[in-house]
Design a protein around this ligand. Sequence first.
Ligand code: MYA
Length: 489
Amino acid sequence: LMEMMNLERDALLKSQESKQKSAKAIADHKFWKTQPVTKFGDAPLRSTREEGPIEANQPPEKIRQEPYPLPSDFEWVTVDIDDPEQLKEVYDLLSGHYVEDDNATLRFNYSPEFFNWVLRHPGFNKLWHVGVRVKSTGKLIAFISGIPHELRVREQSYHCTEINFLCVHKKLRSKRLAPVLIKEVTRRCNLTGVFQAIYTVGAVLPTPISCARYYHRTINPEKLLEIGFSSVPLGMTKERYFARYTLPEQTQVANLRPMEKKDVAQVGRLMRRYMRRFDMAARFSDDEVEHIMLGGHGHGEVEGKKARQVLWTYVVDNPEKGCITDVFSYYSLPSSVLDSDKHKTLEAAYLFYYATDVPFQSESFSSARPSTSEQSTPSTRFSVPQWQQSPITGLSSSELADEANVTPWDKEDIGVKQRLKARLNELMQDLFVLAKREGFDVVNCLTVMDNPLFLQDQKFGPGDGFLRFYLFNWRVQPIAGGMGSRAGE
Ligand code: MYA
């Protein structure tokens, strides 16, 4: 495993170096060099004690009050995702113009239900859903969004915005619209007291704090071959290739069932404890756990029709222990197939959050600890402006207690790692069975969290894609794979 991780790291560094060189050659980062981010030439931090903000927080009166100027034919809008028409406009823009692979054969095709789920993170601020329209026609031609988030990087936490879905219409590319969108969303975040952000991008910009690689687990080998997404390895017959990815009909893990609302407190406790092991992770209150783990389950309506399910979450409800011992989830993110006559869509499931009590079994941890009535609410949690404050947390004291005295990921002993590896392998195998039943062609994940423990055993293959993690206005030493962050959205 160590060898695999070292190889992976070397490959990542090499690809990062070469992309970095070519990126530098193309542009001198005219925009990024004006922003509070680590620059390529900056001296590395000598210790994690030097980690922290690059620029000080500003009081509201010091922040630009008026929106940044746009070319005269465009105007700013706040996109209201409560309005089905506007939600559809975001969908139309991104389904035609969002991220493609390097060969332009696949393009992410997030569903309206997906936006409706993730953009409504508890405490979300409508002003952070920023659009640009053509004045004369009203057409939406660009978008960027932020959702509130409490992020812990090693021992420090702060409220930040998670920026996602930056998109400019193909016909308006290379006109420096992206920097204006980024500055405008920054201004809107600053005005509400938020001065840090996390974002992930495939490309190398100044400066990644971490890099992960995409891995793919074939579920429907025939379709993946037809699309050209995968190929039969040299020396292997097609039959053997197909047999390699055969799955059982039924799940194997005892007491596995879909997560329900009544599980939120236990799942929250389990997730907070599990994520505390990593160097960087979101800190979720129970309200957020409910949203993140159940919000995409197809409740309510989108565009006047019953919402499709875009998220699947399962728990292991262990009757002997009388509590939930494991949870895993995956979401649907199809890609449009751009160059096939036979297939229009690649149905991809992405591994999302998971947690298990295996690392805590020796301390007889139970997710069923009765929680006090004290709960943080989204309205109080993200409404505390940070212009005068040092990093703060909005977790309640019982939520904070869940994170106490956890052994860090990189210090866990080999016995724990082996038990964890065995358990995660069992859970992933069942995830594939369930994903297959739902009609998925492939399960994707990144080399984050504990994923390297099961990639090989579960027949994941390395992909061409990498995802770089970035922090805005927070200087850090590089963060190794031990990272529990929302990935790949
Ligand atoms: S990642 C997904 C990004 N979207 C896509 O890849 C979809 C397809 N592509 C497009 O729509 C366009 O190509 C985009 C760029 C919009 C990406 N992140 O306008 P330009 C820099 C950051 O002429 P265009 C996601 O959503 C580039 O280095 N910067 O370029 C997370 C150059 O600057 P510099 C990017 O191709 C987004 C400048 O823009 C990206 O027409 C996180 C060129 O501008 C990128 N993905 O449009 C955003 N791509 O000269 C940052 C290019 O300096 C958030 N650039 O090299 C920062 C935190 C903000 C909030 C802070 C709150 C406190």
